[in-house]
Design a binder for this molecule. Sequence first.
Ligand SMILES: [Zn+2]
Length: 332
Amino acid sequence: MDALIGIDMGATTIAGGVVTTAGEVLEVVERPTRRDGPGTATATLMEVVERVMAAAGRHRAAVEGIGIGVPGLIDPAKGMLMSDCNLVPELAFLPLADLVRERTRQPTYVDNDVNALALAEWSFGHGRGIDSFVLLAIGTGLGGANILDGRLLRGRHGYAGEWGHVPVVLGGRACRCGGQGCVGAYVSGLGISHEAGLRVAGRSDSALLARAGGDPQAITAPMVFAAARGGDAVAGALVTEACEALAACLGAIVNALNPDLILVTGGVAASLEPLAVDILQRARRYALAPALDDTRVQFAIADKGSTVRGGAALVLYETARRRAAATSGPGV
Ligand SMILES: [Zn+2]
C-alpha cells in the first residue's frame, strides 16, 4: 500500500500522520513543540518524522513523500519560512525541506499550513471535484488559500492568499501586521479578544469582563460570542462588526476570484456558523450579485485528522504538478 506522510508543525504541537492516498489517516503521532533553546523545535520535528516513518513501516506502507504545513510566510520552492516574526522563531530561514529530505531520503515539500489544509479539502474533503475554491481558516488569526481553475495560487514568492490582511475598513483597527483595517483585526480570535479588552477595561458593570474574572486580557473570542448571545451590548457590537467585516471580505473574494465555493473553517468559524444567514445577507452589499449567487459559502468545522491530511495532500499535489511539468517539457 502507498502512503503519504503529513506533518502539521504548530507552535504548541507537532503532529505527524500516516495517510493513505485516499486520505484515510492510519496513525497520528503528536509531540509538544519544544521551544526551550535554538534547535529544540527542529529536534521535535525530526523526532515526529522518525516516529511517523516507523509507524508507516508497521503498516507496511510504501512512503511516497513527506509534506509539512508550517504557519507563516513560506517560500515553497526553497522549502523554508521567509519571516522571523513567526510563532516558532528558530524556523526562520531554516532549509526545512532539505533537512528532512537529507534525514529521510524522501521527497519532502514544505508549504504554508493553510495552503496545505486547502489542498486536503480539495483532495479529500469539501472541495473534492471543484475547480475553484477559497479556504478561510479563522482561528487565532485569519489565514486563507486559493485554488483557482485547478491550481493552488501561490504568487511570486508563495505569499498569495493572505485574505486576513485585506483591508475592509478605511482607517480601521490596527492589525498585528502593521497595517490598518485588516479583516483579521475584526474577525480573528486575537482581533476580537484584543478589541474586547480595550472596550471593557475599567468598566466594572461589564458582563463580558465578569466572564473573564475581571481581567480584560483574559477575554477570549468564545466569551465574546457567549456574552453577545446573553445580551451584552459591547459583545454584541463586536460580533456585529465581525460579521460585517467578514461579509466585506467575502465580497472581495467573490468579486476577485469568482470561486465555486468559499469554505470557512477554524475555531472561530464554529462561533460564526449560527450567524451564517446574517453574514451572507450583509455580503450582498459588497459582492457582485450574479457572482455571489454562483458561490456556495460553507462553514465547516475541521476534524482532528485534517491537519496531517494537509501535508499528505501537499505531497500528492506536488508529485502531480512536477510530473506534469516534466512531461510538458521546457517553458512550463
Ligand atoms: Zn493585517
